[in-house]
Write a protein that binds this ligand. Structure first.
Ligand code: NDP
Length: 456
């Protein structure tokens, strides 16, 4: 492409996470744009450095406790020793270093200039680096992500967030996790699996608000069966840091001491101090950047992708948004990122995979048939574990289309990815039915459920 000499760069990206890096690499590497990117922290952003990747490795680490118990039940003469956090953390740090280097390598190969410092906006085409340098660009992309949000009193008392878990020097003996969303539930399962005594407070009636009721109820039951003290309708009334931990009074009146308290009470977009509102970029109530379907803000030269826009806060969505932005602005293929029927997984144990509408949501829109089955899977039943899984399809009674698929099972993430293709293609219940089962598997139930359990 032709570079406009009036500007230092065609594109300046603020933020080196999933969305920003993808946009920079595609704009420079595939469309020949002159691109710079500024990152004030480690390259890779939340997903790589303090989110999905280290979290999933911790999920794997914690799953070996159950695997070893199962192995014994299957006849293996194995003896589980203790979990050595320092060994795991050392390997984790090395792996994150490797990934960060790979991200940097990818940017370098695409010809992107990287500034390892904070950047803010001076005007619609100018960024100011922490060092004071001013750089101009025809387009600016805000991809600054989000950060944990903790109520003020808890922050003052010195609670931890998910960011801090990966940096612990030692695993605590006991932990209180506050919240009932993705992060709270995932870490409750991880830490319990690693041998920590876990209590979880959730202020509402049932964890994982917004997910299918039957699915989240089964996840809650299974979490309790795995030894997590999950207390719903419960919040923190008072917190006090004491020697060796925190004294916590719950809204139920219960008082206890926990070695650590982790707040997983949501995340907020990173827009503070960027200078966006001053330029006329519209921000929402949480500080999120308001964008249209093209990820363009109210200021035409400024775009935003990923968690900072608070649309669907998932890595693959940020990547799609960054890619679509680069193709639209620098390639000859304008397109919007598609936010419809995005599958997601909560990496609890067992996992909850979901795509499309919940039963409750679908019922409000029209007549539905619900196909659902819950059972003890072969592998854990043989080992004598009481684990239960669930496969569920929500079907439009008129069009017969599968509107939603919900799976609670080990590796539900792997299964829902496949089911999501069918649901995205508009598969009907009859399409599922004429697919021959793969036997013996858990997911074969998705194609063998003959009678609806409920009709509305
Ligand atoms: P969520 O919004 O999912 O959950 C926040 C939880 O904290 C809710 O249970 C909420 O309760 C509760 N809460 C909020 N404020 C307070 C408060 N003041 N006191 C007590 N409880 C409170 O946020 P997360 O931080 O768990 O995750 C953020 C986002 O990151 C997710 O929505 C998801 O998009 C993404 N993510 C995705 C993952 C994945 O794909 N596997 C993993 C981790 C994160 P209530 O329900 O009552 O509002």
């Amino acid at each position: 492409m032709m570079h406009e000499l009036a500007f230092d760069y065609d594109l300046f990206v603020i933020g080196g996470g999933s969305g920003g890096v993808r946009a920079a690499r595609i704009a420079a590497g595939e469309h020949g744009a002159k691109v710079a990117l500024a990152e004030e922290d480690r390259m890779g952003g939340t997903c790589v450095i303090r989110g999905c990747v280290p979290k999933k490795l911790m999920v794997f680490a914690s799953s070996y406790r159950g695997a070893m118990a199962d192995a014994q039940s299957y006849g293996w003469q194995v003896q589980a020793g203790g979990f050595d956090w320092t060994v795991f953390r050392g390997k984790l740090d090395t792996e994150l270093d490797r990934l960060e280097a790979a991200y940097r390598g990818g940017l370098k190969a695409a010809g992107v200039t990287v500034y390892n410092e904070r950047a803010t906006l001076a005007d619609a085409h100018t960024v100011v680096l922490a060092s004071g340098a001013q750089i101009t660009a025809k387009h600016i992309l805000i991809a600054t992500g989000g950060r944990p949000s903790v109520p003020e009193a808890a922050a003052k008392a010195g609670v931890m967030t998910s960011n801090d878990i990966f940096k612990l020097d030692a695993l605590p003996k006991s932990v209180l996790i506050v919240g009932g969303g993705f992060i709270a539930c995932e870490f409750a399962c991880i830490l319990a699996g690693l041998g920590v005594e876990v209590t979880q407070f959730y202020r509402g009636e049932q964890i994982l608000r917004g997910f299918d009721n039957e699915a989240r109820t089964l996840v809650a039951d299974q979490m309790r069966a795995h030894g997590i003290r999950l207390l719903t309708g419960t919040d923190v009334a008072q917190l006090q840091a004491i020697e060796g931990g925190m004294s916590v009074r719950a809204t139920s009146g219960e008082e206890r001491i926990y070695e650590r308290v982790v707040y997983a009470t949501g995340r907020v977009p990173n827009t503070d101090g960027l200078g966006l509102a001053e330029l006329g970029v519209k921000l929402g109530p949480k500080g999120e950047v308001k964008v249209d379907g093209w990820s363009q803000t109210a200021v035409p030269s400024i775009y935003a992708v990923g968690d900072v826009t608070d649309r669907i806060n998932l890595t693959p969505v940020a990547i799609r948004e960054g890619h679509a932005f680069a193709d639209t602005v620098f390639g000859a293929t304008p397109r919007m990122a598609d936010h419809d029927l995005v599958a997601s997984v909560v990496f609890t144990q067992p996992e909850l995979g979901t795509v499309g509408q919940t039963e409750e949501e679908a019922r409000t829109r029209g007549p539905v048939e619900v196909y659902s089955t819950s059972f003890r899977p072969m592998q854990s039943a043989f080992a004598g574990r009481p684990e239960k899984v669930m496969m569920k399809l929500v079907v439009d009674s008129d069009s017969r289309k599968v509107l939603g698929c919900h799976i609670v099972a080990p590796n539900a993430g792997e299964m829902i990815q496949m089911a999501a293709i069918a649901v995205k293609m508009g598969a009907t219940k009859e399409d599922f039915d004429r697919t021959v089962a793969v036997h013996p598997t858990m997911s074969e139930e998705l194609v063998t459920m003959r009678k609806p359990v409920r009709k509305t």
